[in-house]
Design a protein around this ligand. Structure first.
Ligand code: C2E
Ligand code: CA
Ligand code: CA
Ligand code: CA
Length: 279
């Protein structure tokens, strides 16, 4: 392990060496994951609290590694972000999600909105808008059913450019959600300039929303803010009835979490339309 003493130096031990090697292996494998068709998407239901029905799904990527089995995004998205591999991976994700969304549309199910996570790196690509347009054309997916989840960091360092890009999407009918809301540093004035349709309250606030007064206050403020700004609000990471109760009392519009469903393979999503998730 690293020297934890007060001195301003650190050194590599055998253990760190292993970590560096492990990282190189993983990076190399990740580089090939798209070509090897090792990535797949799961979809987590988003429930409208008023109707109790499924209204959307969030696409979440998984990596089916040849030797190591299923790797969760927490274990490779940070690496993909550091290496820029998130750009081709993110493009694959968007394409796969739009193709699946189109299949759902054609199968005669009620319309389901498909939300896709977009990383800061992707937003900064000069051809980002063309890439999204290209995938929409190619897949035939209805832009009205596509939602892009962006984070505060993706917009805050160049708000003007972000406003320009997001306006193009809005004109196309694509919805925009601010992901992990409350964990970043967006100012209210810049928030107001963005053509958002939704705020997603990060699950770190929902986790203790019934026991931690600060988290409860933040959550109810975001719900109120959403109402004032005319934005939808989704609470993520809802695991318990108590958390659901709280969110219902605060009139939160939508919820997502293990209490309703974990992320599922596409074929299992189609069975959920008939169901009522809230009694
Ligand atoms: P996120 O965007 O905040 O997505 C929600 C994460 O919370 C998902 O983890 C989901 O499985 C998990 N989750 C949902 N409900 C619950 C719950 O009730 N309790 C708990 N404890 N967790 C819950 P997942 O799939 O492991 O993804 C982790 C993160 O990886 C995502 O966080 C997102 O930031 C990133 N990610 C996943 N897929 C993509 C992708 O296609 N592109 C990009 N750029 N990032 C992705
Ligand atoms: Ca997300
Ligand atoms: Ca996130
Ligand atoms: Ca989150």
């Amino acid at each position: 392990a690293k020297n934890k003493g007060g001195a301003c130096f650190s050194f590599f031990s055998a253990e760190d060496d292993d970590l560096v090697e492990e990282r190189l292996f993983l990076e190399n494998d990740l580089r090939q994951a798209v070509d090897r068709h090792e990535l797949l998407l799961h979809y987590q239901p988003q429930i409208d609290l008023e109707s109790g029905r499924l209204v959307g799904v969030e696409a979440l990527v998984r990596w089916q590694h040849g030797q190591r089995g299923m790797i969760s995004p927490g274990a490779f998205i940070p690496l993909a972000e550091e290496t820029g591999l998130i750009v081709p991976i993110g493009e694959w994700v968007l394409r796969a999600a739009c193709i699946q969304g189109r299949k759902w549309q054609q199968s005669g199910m009620p319309p389901v909105r498909v939300a896709v996570n977009i990383s800061t790196w992707q937003v900064r690509q000069p051809d980002f808008v063309d890439m999204v347009e290209g995938i929409l054309d190619e897949s035939g997916f209805d832009p009205q059913l596509l939602e892009l989840e962006i984070t505060e960091s993706a917009v805050m360092d160049n708000v003007q450019e972000a406003v320009r890009i997001l306006n193009i999407f809005q004109q196309r009918g694509i919805s925009l959600a601010m992901d992990d809301f409350g964990t970043g540093y967006s100012s209210l004035s810049s928030l107001q300039r963005l053509p958002l349709s939704k705020l997603k309250i990060d699950r770190s606030f929902i986790r203790e929303v019934t026991s931690n007064a600060n988290d409860a206050a933040l959550t109810s403020s975001v719900i109120a803010l959403g109402r004032t700004m005319g934005l939808g609000v989704v609470a993520e990471g809802v695991e318990t009835e108590e958390q659901l109760d709280f969110l219902q009392r605060m009139n939160c519009a939508q919820v997502q979490g293990f209490l309703f469903s974990k992320p599922l393979p596409a074929n299992e999503v189609s069975t959920l339309f008939e169901r009522s998730f809230v009694s």
